[in-house]
Design a protein around this ligand. Structure first.
Ligand SMILES: [Fe+2]
Length: 610
C-alpha cells in the first residue's frame, strides 16, 4: 500500500488531500475546521481528518508533497522588490517578515505539523504543476489539453500543457506581474470587495451592468495578443510595490476613486464588473483556442482560481473548439494539495491511470461525514427537539416544506471539497418562488440582495430547463448556461428599470435561479454520485413537475461552509431557516427553545465580510 499526503498552505485556502494506491480517499480545507474563511495556516486539522479517515498515522505515510516551491516564490518577491525599490519597501517588509518566520523554514514547519513522526522525504511541485495535475489526473479524459490560470504562484500566472495517460507536460507559461487572476482581483478591489474572496461577487454583479469600460481596458491596460497572452501596463496597478491593488491612474481611467467597502453599489461598479468580465472571457477564449491549435486535443482541463469563473467556462464549452471540458472543483489553491499527491503517484512513481465514465473525484464528496448515531448523540446531548424519518418519508416531508415556501438546511454524508456546496452542506428552497432570492439573501445569508442563487437540476432533465447538450454534466456547479427559451418569461422591459431594480422582474418559471441575463450557474445531480440529493429532487419533481431546487452553501456571509452537526445547528438557529435536516433527523424551527434562538442573535457578526 502506498499512501501519499498532499498539502497546500501559507497562501490562502490551506488544505490536505490523501491518495492511497491511486484512490482519492479524503480531502478537506482547513477553514472548515478552524471556522476562519480561506484560512492560510498549516492545515493541521485537515491532515488529521485525512489520516483518521484512512486509519493511518503520519509515520505510515510513504510520501508527503507540498504544492509549491517556496524558494522560487522567495526569489520572485525579492526580485519584484528590487525592481521597484525603494517604493515597495513597506509591502516587501510585510511579506518578508512572514516568509522569514515561516515559509523558508517549511521543512521544519512540515515536520512539526506531522508530529515529527514522518521521516521520509518531502516532494515539492511547482504551483502551476500542482494546479495542472489537479486538473488532468482526476478528469475522465485519457488525453487532454490543460490550462491553468490564477493570481500567481512562484512566477507563473498561467500555464499551458497536455496530459496523456499518466503524465502531464507543461509547455508554456505567462509570468508575473502579468496575471489574469491579479487583473480580476484588482477590479474586485476597485469595486470595494475583498481580494481573494470577493471575486465571486464581482462576477455576480456583472450581468447588471454594461461593459462600457471594456474597450478602454483592452486599449490602455493590456497588450493582448491573438494567442491570449498579454502584458499589463503596470502603471495602473500597485500590487508589485504598494499595499493597494490599483494606482491613482486607474481611478482616473475609470472616472473616480475605488468604491469604499460596504457603501451602496452604483451603476458604475456594475458597469466596471461587466467590463472586466467581458475582458476576462475574451482572454480565456483566446487562450483556449490557441491551446487547441497547438495541441489538437478534443478535451480541455482547467484549474487555478480563474477556472472558478463559471461564465467564462460556459463560453469555452459552448463557443470554444473543445468537445468536452473538465474543471477541477477545488480549482483554487486548496486543490493544489490533491494535485501534488496525484502528481507523485502518477508522474513520479509512474503508476497507471485508468479513466472511466466519471472523473475519479467521486462527486468531490471527500470531507468529514457524520452518521445518524453521531447526529442523534449530539442532538440528545443538547436536548434539541427533532424527529427521525425513514428515507421515503423524509423526502416526502421535506418536499412538503419546500413547496410551502420554507427554507431548508440540508446536511448529508461527506462534506464537499472545493468552494461550492453540492447537496451535502446546502441550503435549499423552491426556485419557482419570485420572493426566494431576496428572502434567502437577506434573512438567511445576511448578504447583498443581488447575489444570484444557483440551481441543482436532475441530470436527466437538464436540457428541459437549460440550453445545454442532452444530459450535460456539471456536477460541480462550474458552468453557466442560458435558461431554456421555453421557460423564460417575457419580462416587461423598461428603460427606467436599471441596475439592481432589474432583480424585481421575474425572468422565468424558475425566477430565483435565473440571472438578469437569463443565465444560470447550474449543477447537474445524478443518482450514482449523489443518491440522496437526487432522490429529494426527484420527489420535488414528481410533486411539482419541476426538477430544479435552489442550492446555496450552508453558511452565512463570511462564514466557512458548515462541517459538523453542531455548526449546522448553530447556523440554523441564527438565521430564518425553517427546517434543518441532518441525515435522517429533522428539526423544526418553531419547536426549538426560544432561549436558543435568542442566544443566536448576531451570530453573523462573528465573521468578517468578504
Ligand atoms: Fe494558485
Amino acid at each position: 500500500m502506498t499512501s501519499i499526503l498532499g498539502i497546500s498552505a501559507f497562501y490562502h485556502d490551506s488544505a490536505a488531500a490523501l491518495v492511497v494506491d491511486g484512490e482519492i480517499v479524503a480531502a478537506a480545507q482547513e477553514e472548515r475546521f478552524t471556522r476562519r474563511k480561506h484560512d492560510p495556516g498549516f492545515p493541521k486539522q485537515a491532515i488529521q481528518f485525512c489520516l483518521e479517515k484512512a486509519g493511518l498515522g503520519p509515520q505510515d505515510l510513504d510520501y508527503v508533497g507540498f504544492y509549491d516551491k517556496p524558494l522560487l516564490k522567495f526569489e520572485r518577491l525579492l526580485e519584484t522588490y528590487l525592481s521597484y525599490a525603494p517604493r515597495g519597501f513597506r509591502s516587501f517588509r510585510l511579506a518578508m517578515t512572514e516568509w522569514l518566520n515561516r515559509k523558508l523554514y517549511l521543512r521544519r514547519e512540515l515536520d512539526r505539523g506531522l508530529q515529527k513522526a514522518y521521516k521520509k522525504r518531502y516532494i515539492f511541485t511547482e504551483h502551476h504543476e500542482s494546479h495542472a495535475a489537479s486538473a488532468f489526473f482526476p478528469s475522465p479524459f485519457e488525453q487532454a489539453a490543460i490550462l491553468t490560470l490564477d493570481g500567481v504562484g512562484e512566477w507563473a500566472t498561467a500555464s499551458f500543457g497536455i496530459g496523456e495517460g499518466n503524465r502531464i507536460t507543461l509547455r508554456k507559461e505567462l509570468h508575473f506581474p502579468h496575471s489574469l487572476g491579479l487583473l480580476y482581483s484588482a477590479f474586485t478591489y476597485f469595486c470595494g470587495f475583498r481580494v481573494n474572496s470577493g471575486e465571486y461577487k464581482l462576477m455576480g454583479l456583472a450581468p447588471y451592468g454594461q461593459p462600457v469600460y471594456a474597450d478602454r481596458i483592452l486599449e490602455r491596460l493590456l497588450d493582448l495578443k491573438d494567442d491570449g497572452s498579454f502584458r499589463m501596463d503596470m502603471s495602473y496597478f500597485n500590487y508589485c510595490q504598494g499595499l493597494t491593488m490599483t494606482s491613482a491612474k486607474m481611478a482616473k481611467l475609470l472616472g473616480g476613486p475605488p468604491r469604499k467597502p460596504e457603501t451602496p453599489l452604483s451603476q458604475r461598479e456594475m458597469d466596471i464588473a461587466a467590463s472586466i468580465q467581458k475582458v476576462t472571457e475574451e482572454i480565456v477564449l483566446r487562450m483556449a483556442r490557441h491551446l487547441h491549435q497547438e495541441t489538437g486535443m478534443d478535451n480541455l482541463c482547467l484549474a487555478g482560481g480563474v477556472a472558478l469563473n463559471c461564465v467564462a467556462n460556459g463560453r469555452i464549452l459552448r463557443e470554444g473548439p473543445y468537445k468536452e471540458i473538465w474543471v477541477q472543483p477545488a480549482a483554487g489553491d486548496a486543490g493544489g494539495s490533491l494535485g501534488v499527491a496525484l502528481f507523485i503517484w502518477h508522474q513520479l512513481l509512474g503508476k497507471e491511470r485508468r479513466t472511466g465514465a466519471f472523473d475519479s473525484q467521486r462527486g468531490t464528496l471527500l470531507g468529514p461525514s457524520y452518521g445518524d448515531d453521531e447526529i442523534r448523540a449530539f442532538l440528545d446531548q443538547r436536548k434539541v427537539q427533532y424527529r427521525t424519518l425513514e428515507d421515503d418519508e423524509l423526502y416526502r416531508h421535506i418536499v412538503d416544506h419546500i413547496v410551502d415556501g420554507r427554507v431548508i438546511g440540508w446536511m448529508q454524508g461527506a462534506m464537499e471539497f472545493g468552494p461550492r456546496a453540492l447537496g451535502a452542506r446546502s441550503i435549499l428552497g423552491d426556485p419557482r418562488s419570485p420572493e426566494m432570492q431576496s428572502v434567502m439573501n437577506l434573512k438567511i445569508k445576511f448578504r447583498e440582495s443581488f447575489r444570484p442563487f444557483a440551481p441543482s437540476v436532475l441530470r436527466e432533465r437538464v436540457q428541459d430547463y437549460f440550453e445545454t447538450r442532452p444530459q450535460e454534466d456539471s456536477p460541480y456547479m462550474l458552468l453557466v448556461a442560458p435558461v431554456q427559451e421555453s421557460k423564460r418569461k417575457r419580462a416587461v422591459e423598461s428603460r427606467d428599470v436599471t441596475g439592481l431594480d432589474l432583480l424585481k422582474i421575474p425572468r422565468s418559471e424558475v425566477p430565483a435561479i435565473t440571472h438578469v441575463d437569463h443565465s444560470a450557474r447550474f449543477q447537474t445531480v445524478d443518482s450514482e454520485r449523489n443518491p440522496r440529493y437526487h432522490a429529494l429532487i426527484s420527489e420535488f419533481e414528481s410533486r411539482t413537475g419541476c426538477p430544479v431546487l435552489i442550492n446555496t452553501s450552508f453558511n452565512v456571509r463570511g462564514e466557512p461552509i458548515v462541517r459538523t452537526p453542531e455548526d449546522a445547528y448553530r447556523c440554523f438557529m441564527a438565521t430564518e431557516m425553517d427546517t434543518l435536516v441532518l441525515g435522517n433527523c429533522v428539526l423544526w424551527k418553531e419547536e426549538q427553545p426560544e432561549a436558543e434562538r435568542k442566544a443566536a442573535i448576531g451570530y453573523e457578526r462573528n465573521f468578517e465580510l468578504d
